[in-house]
Design a protein around this ligand. Structure first.
Ligand code: HEC
Ligand code: HEC
Ligand code: HEC
Ligand code: HEC
Length: 452
């Protein structure tokens, strides 16, 4: 009898050992090289007959281009990889960038992946099967690709209904959460700094509290089919994922209103113009994500009755680090010299926008305290002067009416502009022009009367 119990006990041990090795799925850095490419289906297959609309939508998104997009290719191969090979502190990014940008290659251990023109499976980017194989995440805070991927017969989805001839469908509440997106939309760099925090910003803001999640704004619901031969639903998740590369999403994000301190003034008098900027659209801060690249700036001009134009510079508020939020003619981004093999690299112009304009940004600072666009080389963050969700900021512009200003109408126009990548950096690295396209977020104007 005792013997039997011992055998049973041993059998149980072996059993639980096995079960553990099956359920122990690796995530984050530990998942490198744990899943071969052929475990994942190709997006073309998902899109061929069943999910044609989602496939077409997905192809327009940045997530289908997360490895092939020109600026990603340039930043990874010209800056990140050479830098990782020279500086042991950041050595991990050579593999790590791919955990989010070329997840299939990362999981297959194929890093650095072949360049985009080699047409390897890295080019699939954040694919259908990657997202739909995720079952959860490891740890407390989603970040740095700590999603748990278990590809196979079962595809996770929001309903768990529908009979697919191709695969099984399982209901997953996780896919419908912001935490799912956070596994790639929060990033901590080798210095332990949060260099991407879209999900954390959302969690601290008003939308999370009201139950509004990423999907509600980036995967909006519409009546229709989710698979060609499937049921009709009133709320099919559109795979739009529109963001910074969709001018329609950027436009109107911030509302502007400008008013004067008085409707009439004489030459020599001072008039203060106040601009109220209200973030009505984003669920996180604006800008968010690749904050090190993005620039949002406000340009204010007055035009007198003779058509003469005056550039109004923003009034200083006096907070710490404000110098980074007012456009200036200074050099920055010297740390690109490491990867570019130019130890004496002087840097390039920091902002590339008119001096004196207000910039809504958070500077990323390298170990020497200089501004950087290399988020992996960020040792500290400067002042956070971005526009939070539903936040209103007031900016003032004091104008000394010139002694020779003609009587009549003086018009003042405030314009808020957005650019995905600071222009001087794009010029240096020869990033194609669409990345520095200036998108008009909003504008507003007012006028006063100049009297004798
Ligand atoms: C496996 C990692 C991963 C997951 C999971 C993920 N994303 Fe992304 N996402 C990325 C990467 C990488 C990019 C950047 C693509 C590029 O421009 O290179 C991106 C880009 C985007 C963009 C476009 C940004 C722009 O610049 O226009 C949006 C919007 C977006 N994701 C929303 C979401 C939402 C919403 C979710 C959750 C439902 C999600 N993502 C889940 C990795 C991921
Ligand atoms: C970035 C991750 C991501 C990618 C890439 C992605 N999906 Fe999805 N998909 C989701 C999420 C999240 C949901 C559920 C959203 C929710 O519940 O709000 C979803 C829902 C679905 C649904 C169910 C829709 C419904 O309303 O019934 C189908 C089918 C689907 N996706 C297929 C695809 C196909 C096919 C592709 C590739 C062409 C794809 N997905 C790419 C994240 C993704
Ligand atoms: C209330 C609507 C709303 C919610 C909720 C929301 N977003 Fe956005 N998101 C926007 C708008 C509007 C933009 C365009 C302006 C901008 O770039 O910030 C945007 C932009 C983005 C971008 C592009 C940023 C860039 O510079 O490339 C990403 C990525 C993104 N959102 C991801 C997310 C994720 C992940 C979540 C959830 C954690 C989320 N969003 C929640 C409205 C929303
Ligand atoms: C934790 C996930 C994650 C890691 C790791 C990561 N990225 Fe990203 N990356 C993203 C997401 C998400 C976006 C787009 C969202 C945004 O800007 O809001 C993005 C955007 C970018 C962009 C801007 C794309 C554009 O067109 O504007 C570049 C370039 C980029 N990443 C390069 C890199 C490089 C190089 C590395 C490694 C040093 C890296 N990324 C590591 C998630 C990641």
């Amino acid at each position: 009898m005792k013997m039997l119990y011992t055998i049973l006990f041993i059998l149980l041990l072996i059993q639980s050992g096995n079960a553990q090795s099956i359920t122990q799925v690796k995530a984050g850095d530990n998942a490198l090289g744990t899943i071969p490419y052929d475990k994942f289906q190709k997006p073309g297959l998902c899109g061929s007959a069943c999910h044609n609309d989602f496939y077409m939508q997905w192809q327009q998104t940045m997530m289908s281009q997360s490895y092939t997009h020109h600026w990603d290719e340039i930043e990874y191969f010209r800056l990140a990889v050479p830098h990782a090979e020279k500086d042991p502190v950041v050595a991990g990014v050579k593999a790590g960038c791919n955990g989010c940008h070329a997840p299939l290659s990362f999981l297959a251990g194929d890093v650095p992946p072949p360049a985009p023109d080699k047409m390897s499976r890295a080019n699939e980017g954040v694919s259908c099967d990657l997202c739909h194989s995720v079952t959860g995440f490891e740890g407390d805070v989603p970040h740095n690709f700590n999603y748990i991927a278990s590809p196979g017969e079962i595809k996770n989805g929001p309903r768990g209904t529908g009979n697919s001839p191709e695969h099984e469908v399982k209901k997953s509440d996780f896919l419908s959460t912001g935490d799912f997106c956070g596994t790639c939309h929060n990033e901590k760099d080798p210095y332990g700094i949060w260099v991407k925090s879209t999900h954390l910003e959302w969690k601290e803001g008003p939308y999370f509290k009201q139950g509004v999640k990423c999907q509600d704004c980036h995967m909006t619901y519409a009546p229709g089919l989710s698979a060609a031969m499937g049921n009709k639903y009133p709320d099919v998740r559109q795979h739009l994922f529109h963001g910074a590369h969709d001018p329609g999403k950027i436009k109107g994000t911030i509302e502007l209103r400008v008013h004067p301190s008085s409707k009439e003034a004489e030459p020599g008098e001072k008039v203060v113009f106040t601009v109220a900027l209200f973030n009505q659209k984003t669920g996180h801060k604006f800008p968010t994500g690749s904050v090190e690249d993005r620039i949002v700036w406000m340009h204010v001009e007055a035009t007198d009755a003779n058509g003469k134009v005056y550039h109004l510079k923003v009034d200083k508020k006096g907070f710490e680090g404000e110098e980074y939020t007012i456009a200036a003619d200074v050099l920055a981004y010297q740390d690109m010299g490491i990867a570019l093999n130019q130890p004496d690299f002087k840097g390039v112009q920091r902002d590339g926008v008119p001096v004196g304009d207000r910039i809504f940004r958070m500077p990323y600072l390298d170990p020497q305290g200089r501004m950087t666009i290399q988020q992996w080389n960020t040792k500290s963050l400067g002042v956070d002067y971005r526009l939070g969700p539903r936040e209103t900021k007031l900016e003032t512009f004091t104008f000394n009416i010139p002694d020779n200003a003609p009587p009549g109408e003086l018009k003042v126009n405030a314009v808020l502009n957005y650019q995905r990548l600071v222009k001087p950096v794009a010029d240096l690295l020869k990033v194609p022009a669409d990345e520095t396209e200036i998108v008009l977020v909003n504008e507003h104007s007012t006028s006063i009367k100049i009297v004798d």
